[in-house]
Design a protein. Structure first.
Length: 270
């Protein structure tokens, strides 16, 4: 099979444990783009949190793509045109605020280049702040303040608590939103039917590429849909076991050992 598109998650996939792109991985991705094969970053991060990665990989020069908010927003990085966007129903953040108060979780969303937190930020919201380099603004009046369209909200807590409430939240919003954990401590709430696979389907139509010609690489729970959808679904050696279970290929090398360079060399540059 001749593959025509490479899709990469960021954290735990294209970046190492220090949130850096290693020289070998960067060189392989640049070489792939030079050969005319586009690359897409598909991440749960907001757009601002992907800028540094996309710029380091010269996406603007080669016309590659960014899928932010797990695909709820797709951007042509060369033109900076948003070619697809889907928002949550306007009343969902208010309902989630009540859920957060009831279950004792954190709650965050995004406004411009900031994270909006409904409470004093917990350690998990601060993790998101460090990863995305976005400042956190605490809004005790979150319920009335967030009266604008948002692409996603996140409930935050330790993994055990979120595991227990995930099915409850998923059932409550099943007609209005998509609910899943991207990390043990992040319970994400996105527009209905939005996940990485759903939005990659739209990108493929724009590019005129078949899904069988796409390789998707990831390590986390929110990567499962695109790994299953891809012509070749790749789980990193460091991936969650549930991700490995659905993958067509598991890298020999982890994200700390240039696993993405391994994929490019094996399936694109051979």
């Amino acid at each position: 099979m001749s593959y025509k598109l490479l899709v990469l998650d960021i954290d735990g996939t294209v970046t190492n444990s220090k949130k850096e792109i290693t020289p070998k991985t960067k060189e392989a991705i640049l070489e792939l783009q030079k050969k005319g094969i586009p690359v897409a970053i598909a991440s749960g991060r907001p757009t601002k949190g992907i800028v540094a990665v996309a710029d380091e990989l010269d996406f603007a020069e080669y016309g590659s793509y960014v899928l932010a908010f797990n695909g709820a927003r797709i951007i042509n990085w060369k033109t900076k045109e948003c070619i697809y966007s889907k928002e949550l129903p306007i009343g969902i953040p208010k309902k989630l605020y009540d859920d957060a108060m009831h279950y004792g979780t954190g709650l965050m969303t995004y406004e411009g280049d900031s994270i909006i937190s409904a409470k004093i930020p917990d350690e998990y919201i601060m993790i998101e702040s460090r990863i995305t380099t976005l400042p956190v603004i605490e809004k005790p009046d979150f319920k009335s303040y967030v009266n604008f369209p948002v692409n996603k909200c996140i409930l935050t807590a330790d993994g055990e608590l979120l595991e227990s409430i995930e099915p409850v939240i998923a059932e409550k919003y099943q007609l209005e939103a998509q609910v899943f954990r991207s990390e043990p401590y992040f319970l994400e709430v996105l527009p209905k039917n939005v996940d990485k696979a759903y939005c990659l389907e739209r990108l493929l139509k724009i590019l005129g590429i078949e899904r069988e010609e796409m390789v998707c690489c990831g390590d986390g729970f929110n990567d499962i849909s695109m790994i299953q959808y891809a012509g070749l679904g790749v789980a990193m050696a460091n991936a969650q076991e549930k991700v490995k279970d659905v993958a067509d290929y598991i890298t020999i090398n982890s994200n700390d050992e240039d696993g993405i360079a391994e994929v490019i060399e094996k399936f694109f540059l051979k």
